[in-house]
Design a protein around this ligand. Structure first.
Ligand code: OSB
Ligand code: MG
Length: 366
């Protein structure tokens, strides 16, 4: 495929309510979109980097700079999605930026050949069960109201964001109010240390599916130690940036479950490698989220339909975050989202909506 040019487009997507985690509060999602143009097709992707480097070292201005200055110049004249990863290998890091470029090229390629993301990746289901990630709230009653609303909408799994001072009490309150049958898990976004092991063991009584990323990103050995001290299964998010990290984590016993976010690991091809690796080792995986618009969501839902994704993902409906999505909204049906079946991502931005949320565009000829 010859790529004639790439558009970098920044959009500002107001959130329906602030989303608070142990690393910060988000009120507007500042998103970089890529549009790759070829002579007979075009492809879209969403870069999941956030506006500040608090979840990972990447941030959206940095991703745009990396794409402009290093990634696009490294592409050969003719390239397909596999070739993108290969061409970008000499550039270290910047996985979210790389993922966006590879995904846009893959979308262009699949739209040209008429194949969907799901089919290309190896999806074995036509719909996926959906969980929802619930931010840290100002009070337990406010949290219970939010959870009640999501359960009413049909979400099949609840994930509570936790941090020191907001952990055992909210989990206990949710269990007391909604019962033991609700699939429940927590995500600390690296907010604890191994010194907190005894405190975290207090969560053992609540039958959680997992605790996600309790310790620092680079603490695989300490996660392994923690996993031996608590009964709640340890799941890693931030720590897993590649299939090699996943292999190391599994052999160390640092986790028994992996959250796969394609952006964090450099793209859907690496995400699929991690899925394959985990599946071969009997390690469950689920698809994480990064407050994606419909463009990123479409690809995530396709990935989540692979056979090793045995736990519900953070693949919520569009309205969990956005009053108006840039694509036709993803809507829950019976707690599930349908896997798009059209060519490529199977969804397109709605031009008028896209224009309304756009804050800047830049065209780069290749
Ligand atoms: O840790 O999974 C995370 C959002 C932004 C950054 C990191 C995380 C999250 C979420 C929400 O938990 C996932 C989603 O609903 O898109
Ligand atoms: Mg997480």
């Amino acid at each position: 495929m010859k790529i004639t040019g790439v558009e970098l487009r920044r959009i500002a997507m107001p959130l329906v309510s602030p989303f608070r985690t142990s690393f910060g509060t988000e009120t507007t999602r500042d998103v970089l979109l890529l549009r790759v143009v070829t002579p007979d097709s075009e492809g879209w992707a969403e870069c999941v980097a956030m506006s500040e480097p608090r979840y990972s070292p990447e941030y959206v201005d940095g991703a745009a700079a990396a794409i402009r200055r290093f990634l696009l110049p490294a592409l050969p004249a003719h390239v397909d999605a596999y070739g993108v990863g290969h061409a970008l290998e000499p550039i270290k890091g910047h996985r979210m930026a790389k993922a966006a470029l590879e995904t846009a090229v893959l979308d262009a390629q699949l739209r040209a050949s008429g194949e969907s993301f799901g089919r290309f990746l190896g999806a074995t289901r036509d719909r996926v069960p959906c969980g929802v990630s619930v931010g840290i709230m100002d009070s337990v009653p406010a949290l219970l109201d939010a959870v009640a609303g999501y359960l009413d909408e049909g979400y099949v799994r609840i994930k509570l964001k936790i941090e020191p001072g907001w952990d055992v009490a909210p989990v206990r309150a949710v269990r007391e109010r909604f019962g033991d049958d609700v699939l429940l898990q927590v995500d600390a976004n690296a907010a604890y240390t191994l010194n907190d092991a005894r405190h975290l063991a207090r969560l053992d009584d609540f039958g959680l599916l997992l605790i996600e990323q309790p310790l620092a990103d680079d603490d695989l050995v300490q996660h392994a130690a923690l996993a031996r001290m608590i009964r709640t299964p340890v799941c890693l998010d931030e720590s897993i940036e590649s299939a090699a990290h996943a292999a190391a984590a599994i052999s160390l016993g640092a986790c028994s479950i992996v959250n796969i976010k394609p952006g964090r690991v450099g793209g859907y091809l690496e995400a699929r490698r991690i899925h394959d690796l985990c599946r071969a080792h009997g390690v469950a995986v689920w698809c994480g989220g990064m407050l994606e618009t419909g463009l990123g969501r479409a690809a995530n839902v396709a990935l989540a339909a692979l056979p090793g994704f045995t736990l519900p993902g953070d693949t919520s409906g569009s309205r969990r975050y956005f009053a108006t999505d840039v694509t036709a909204p993803f809507e829950l049906k019976d707690g599930h989202l349908d896997v798009p079946t059209g060519p490529g991502l199977g969804v397109e931005p709605v031009p008028e909506i896209l224009a309304e949320v756009t804050t800047s565009t830049e065209w780069i000829n290749l």
